[in-house]
Design a protein around this ligand. Structure first.
Ligand code: ADP
Length: 416
């Protein structure tokens, strides 16, 4: 091949790489084509990309993630020894020292220091050039070009072209990371925006309704001299104020969960359920809570965020009470505690009014009430779900209308 032609081919491949990397596709979907085009144009035996997974400057762990091979050259991508490779520890500290400063390593393997040669000879490499690239200022990995058929020296123009290709890959990854981060932030903003919208909407209804009824009652009371009537108005006013208070408490629970970090302590989960029951269940003989488990005292002790777990139990128990079915003589909520999958599974099953199947997928949404009869804010299960997410746990529901509802709540063990 005419030398000028060779150089033109390489420039062509670099231009192709630029086009691919500047397109909207993720870089991972075009990298194989890029390696092939650079490999063919530079008449290399192998072209590959290593990506560092973790590590500090002294301890770099790297993985062979993409590779192109010329015909008859043995691929290395399946080789386990090139995964999670601590290059500094297998004799390549020279590479780490040079590449972490942005310098490339190249030349004929027989002139490389002895400790580097074994691994390279295993792959039949006679000459190579590896060029580091950086993403957001951090050494991300490197692209390499192996020559297995003969010793080779690269011209300055070839090296410049390959360096350009390497830094383009780094820029493309950086751009894509930035786009992904922006996308995530955008989704987060959309969620916050939606919550704020629903919040304003709900506040105008849920906060004003009890206030309006308090005002109305005060108006009537002012005109009524009858003491018995006045007591009745006061009791209605108390009901409205309680409603307001619950609503504000829910909002505070929500905002505390969003703003404060987890605080882990060892908690007896049965005692915590009993405490929640005391907080939210009124004295009512027609309502029974039964806790069963086969756990020792030791196994009941569980590392979790006490306040958050208490809010979860309080919400679920108060729902079991609010949505009990008075037509059934006794309302029962059965609770089972089990140690499962490295965590604690709490099953709460009530024999209340149940939830219609169409409503089930929505009950964890903000301000969603599955029935008009709900006296609550529609925030309880939303907060419960948010807290569960923060604890990295899971909550699931199943229900049969008129028969009852079961919640499965799984708390992960957050500390041994
Ligand atoms: P609310 O403040 O209305 O209780 P939640 O977010 O706690 O709001 O619950 C959302 C809806 O899910 C409730 O309005 C109710 O319709 C339904 N729900 C929740 N728990 C139960 C249950 N144990 N039995 C029947 N319906 C329930």
């Amino acid at each position: 091949m005419h030398p000028l032609n060779k150089q033109e081919q390489l420039l062509d491949a670099v231009a192709f790489s630029a086009r691919e990397l500047l397109s909207n596709r993720p870089w991972q979907s075009s990298i194989n084509e890029i390696l092939k085009s650079l490999g063919e144009a530079s008449a290399s035996s192998r072209v590959y990309v290593f990506q560092h997974t973790a590590g500090s400057e002294e301890r770099i762990l790297t993985n062979l993630v993409f590779e192109w091979c010329a015909p008859a050259i043995s691929p290395q991508i399946e080789s386990e020894s090139l995964q999670n490779l601590e290059i500094g520890a297998v004799g390549f500290h020279r590479w780490v020292a040079l590449m972490s400063l942005g310098q490339m390593v190249y030349g004929s393997v027989e002139e490389f220091p002895e400790e580097e040669r074994a691994l390279l000879a295993e792959q039949d490499i006679k000459s190579l050039i590896v060029i580091p690239f950086f993403v957001s200022g951090k050494w991300w990995g490197f692209i390499g070009f192996d020559q297995c058929d003969e010793k080779r020296a690269w011209t300055a123009a070839e090296v410049a072209a390959l360096q350009a290709a390497a830094s383009m890959i780094g820029s493309a990854i950086e751009r894509q990371n930035t786009e992904e981060r922006l996308q995530q932030q955008y989704q987060q903003l959309e969620k916050v925006n939606y919550e704020l919208d629903s919040f304003v909407y709900s506040v105008s209804h849920d906060l004003r309704a009890p206030l309006a009824s308090v005002l109305g009652l005060v108006n009537i009371a002012e005109r009524d001299e009858n003491v018995a009537n006045l007591r009745n108005y006061l009791s209605l006013i108390r009901g409205s104020i309680n409603k307001l208070d619950y609503f504000i408490k829910d909002i505070l629970d929500y905002s505390r969960n969003a703003r404060t970090d987890l605080f882990l302590e060892q908690v007896n989960m049965q005692s915590l359920l009993e405490e929640a029951a005391q907080d939210v269940l009124p004295i009512d003989e027609s309502f029974v809570m039964m806790i069963t488990h086969e756990l020792s005292l030791n196994e009941l002790q569980f590392w979790t965020d006490r306040k958050r777990a208490l809010i979860i139990f309080s919400n679920l128990l108060s729902n079991a009470y609010k949505f009990k079915d008075s037509a059934k003589g006794k309302s029962i909520v059965r609770i089972q505690l089990r140690r499962e999958h490295d965590g604690m599974l709490v099953l709460l099953e009530d024999n209340g009014i149940g939830i219609e199947a169409v409503n089930l997928p929505s009950i964890f949404k903000m301000f969603y009430r599955a029935t008009d009869k709900s006296p609550g804010s529609g925030l309880g299960l939303y907060i419960t779900k948010e807290i569960m997410d923060k604890l990295q746990g899971k909550i699931q529901v199943s229900s049969v209308l008129n028969e009852g509802t079961q919640f499965q709540v799984w708390f992960p063990l957050l500390r041994e």
